[in-house]
Ligand binder design. Structure first.
Ligand code: DGL
Length: 218
């Protein structure tokens, strides 16, 4: 059976890979973490496109039947480059479109918060898509989180101090839902949860994306 290709700048995409492995236990997965070049969130869109295109060629040559772009920074800046590299026969599933669909269904016209890397937030992809569906969006770049998580500083005092700096002012206290717009963030989801009022839903893309992959394969 041909494998599913999955890639990210590092360990973050493993949160998506895990959900896919649970949803599709019999399909082999190939995971590529580009740790030589992270954090993608601090790279220019051109450089992100360059890295994403090279990885896509590589995974295509491994015989992947479908590609999961398990990185918001790539999904928001380089999806066309990925699809160009794969050609028309291999579909690319990104981590943003399925989440937007889920959020507009669950929170129509709602107040939505998004946190992500600088590359993701500056691309405006979440903001444009959600505004276009009548949602009010508050977006914040939280650039130090992915690197700290990648270094193993998660669920501890370092990530807690960073979250205090980013979320401690209560920017997201009034939203209906906060999207974790970086695949590294589910690794500190319980810490993020602790900085938000109970009424705020925390949206982790992994299960939603795994469902999209299963649908694309059927
Ligand atoms: N996990 C990535 C994302 O979803 C990228 C983190 C980084 O390398 O900056 O954006």
């Amino acid at each position: 059976m041909k494998p599913i290709g999955i890639f990210d700048s590092g360990i973050g995409g493993l949160t998506v890979a895990k959900a896919i492995a649970i949803r599709l236990p019999h399909v082999p997965l190939i995971y590529f973490g580009d740790t030589a070049h992270l954090p993608y969130g601090e790279r220019s869109p051109e450089l992100i496109r360059h890295y994403a295109s090279r990885i896509s060629h590589h995974l295509r040559d491994q015989g992947c039947r479908i590609m999961v772009v398990a990185c918001n920074s790539v999904s928001s800046n380089a999806l066309h480059a990925v699809q160009d590299a794969l050609g028309p026969k291999i579909p690319a599933i990104d981590v943003i479109a399925p989440v937007i669909q889920e959020v507009i269904k669950r929170f129509p016209g709602g107040r939505i918060g998004v946190i992500g890397t600088r590359a993701t937030i500056e691309s405006g992809r979440y903001q444009e898509a959600l505004n276009g569906h009548g949602c009010e969006v508050t977006a914040m770049a939280t650039p130090l989180l992915a690197s700290a998580i990648e270094e193993g500083f998660h669920e501890g005092s370092v990530s807690d101090a960073l979250l205090e700096a980013y979320l401690g002012k209560g920017t997201f206290d009034e939203v209906d839902a906060l999207i974790l717009g970086c695949t590294h963030y589910p690794l500190i989801a319980s810490q993020i949860r602790a900085f938000l009022p109970d009424h705020v839903a925390v949206i982790d893309s992994s299960i939603v994306v795994a469902n999209s992959v299963a649908e694309a394969m059927s």
